[in-house]
Design a protein around this ligand. Structure first.
Ligand SMILES: NC(=O)C1=CN([C@@H]2O[C@H](COP(=O)(O)OP(=O)(O)OC[C@H]3O[C@@H](n4cnc5c(N)ncnc54)[C@H](O)[C@@H]3O)[C@@H](O)[C@H]2O)C=CC1
Ligand SMILES: O=C(O)C(=O)Cc1ccc(O)cc1
Length: 358
């Protein structure tokens, strides 16, 4: 199977690693700026680079576009005429009506289905790649039709199943409306909250020093990369403006009855409990613990066995830094603070150095 991934940043590199883990026989071709593509080959994230774009995409089984949204749009136009309907092109962009609009407008020569994995992070670039990023993540597909159905069902969905993503089919319109509310509005809320408080911070009144769990939970994504968000906000601006208005209305109501919010708390508790616990949800970030591990045989097994023996489930793991002969720093992530603190206790008792990540 020949798979092309354009854009070897957080989403593209993580996808490449996940596919390679499950399908070692697949040939993964990567496309990015030459320096990035070269690094991706050196780190064995991809098998080979595309040196002639779009020509070398011809004959591929699958092409994933994982660049910023405006580049996805540009590359769709470039691929037009270079591939035929035997190649299924899909993207991982955060908005969907825009890409379907282009596919219709140019009468795209390949097969196309929209995609949006509901996973990611505030980090970007190939260094942030994580082979487990797609595991248990919802993965939206849009615009399945008679023309692309056989390839979507025969090639794309089986691959997504293998990397343990959970496919959900939506219309591009429903996708963009939902994203405005559950992804794009939260991004703006995080920005506003951090900026509001950050501007007031001074030595006399150290707002930021005191910012604890709730503030941190709500604002992790404030560190996101504007290069990605610029396009998202532009492409989904109508839905986002509607979402902002609705939020302002809610705030105005609360402003008028700040002493009587029991109903709001009641409802919020009820809805919050309905977010599926088993999937990587936006409002359910994992709690990270950093662990120093000596470069000794079996050290990782000792770490995971110690936690498994006490019934603590590691939800994600990543090697952050490694020095030969000295060992490395692992990020291990847990479902909640309680499990994370228990894990820290167990690991420290087992002679690891573990602590909560800021
Ligand atoms: N960051 C996140 O959490 C999520 C992002 N997405 C979507 O995934 C896409 C990629 O986002 P990330 O991986 O976060 O970004 P990133 O910044 O980590 O990676 C983007 C990659 O595209 C490459 N690129 C940029 N312009 C290019 C060009 N002209 N030609 C070739 N390569 C080019 C960059 O060099 C970089 O390696 C975006 O469309 C975003 O909307 C979707 C879900 C989650
Ligand atoms: O880090 C997080 O929790 C995110 O929400 C990241 C993210 C950013 C953009 C998307 O389209 C999807 C996910």
């Amino acid at each position: 199977m020949k798979i092309v991934i354009s854009g070897l940043g957080l989403m593209g590199s993580s996808l490449a690693l996940a596919i390679k883990n499950k399908r070692p026989e697949a040939e993964i071709w990567g496309f990015d700026f030459p320096s990035v593509a070269k690094q991706a080959v050196e780190k064995k994230i991809i098998d080979r680079t595309i040196s002639e774009w779009p020509g070398q995409c011809a004959g591929a089984d699958l092409v994933f576009l994982a660049t910023p949204i405006q580049i996805i749009e540009k590359q769709l136009r470039e691929l037009n005429g270079a591939i035929d309907r035997r190649t299924l092109v899909t993207d991982v962009g955060s908005t969907k009506q825009n890409v379907h609009h282009i596919v219709r407008e140019i009468n795209f020569s390949g097969a196309f289905v929209g995609g949006h994995p509901m996973t990611g992070s505030e980090k970007s670039g190939l260094e942030a790649a994580n082979p487990l990023l797609y595991e248990n993540a919802m993965y939206v597909l849009t615009g399945i039709n008679e023309e692309n159905k056989a390839l979507v069902e025969g090639k794309l969905i089986p691959l997504l199943d293998e990397i343990k993503a959970r496919v959900l089919i939506l219309s591009p319109e429903a996708h963009d409306e939902i994203m405005a509310m559950i992804s794009h509005l939260p991004q703006l809320i995080a920005l506003n909250l951090v900026n509001l408080v950050g501007k007031k911070n001074d030595p006399e009144k150290p707002f930021l020093d005191l910012a604890a769990g709730g503030f941190r939970d709500l604002t992790r994504i404030a560190s996101s990369n504007f290069a990605i968000w610029k396009d998202i906000l532009e492409r989904n601006q109508d839905n986002i403006k509607k979402a902002i208005k609705e939020l302002i209305d809610l705030f105005e109501k609360q402003y008028r009855k700040i002493d009587d919010l029991s109903e709001d708390f009641h409802l919020a508790n009820y809805y919050r409990n309905q977010i599926p616990k088993a999937s990587k949800g936006f409002l359910h970030p994992l709690i990270d613990v950093l662990v120093y591990v000596q470069d000794q045989p079996g050290a990782i097994a000792r770490m995971s066995n110690a936690l498994a023996a006490r019934g603590i489930d590691i939800r994600d793991i990543e090697l952050l830094k490694v020095r030969e002969k000295e060992g490395g720093v692992f990020r291990i992530s847990f479902d909640n603070y309680q499990q994370a603190s228990e894990a820290i206790e167990i690991l420290n008792a087992n002679k690891f150095r573990a602590f909560l990540r800021d």
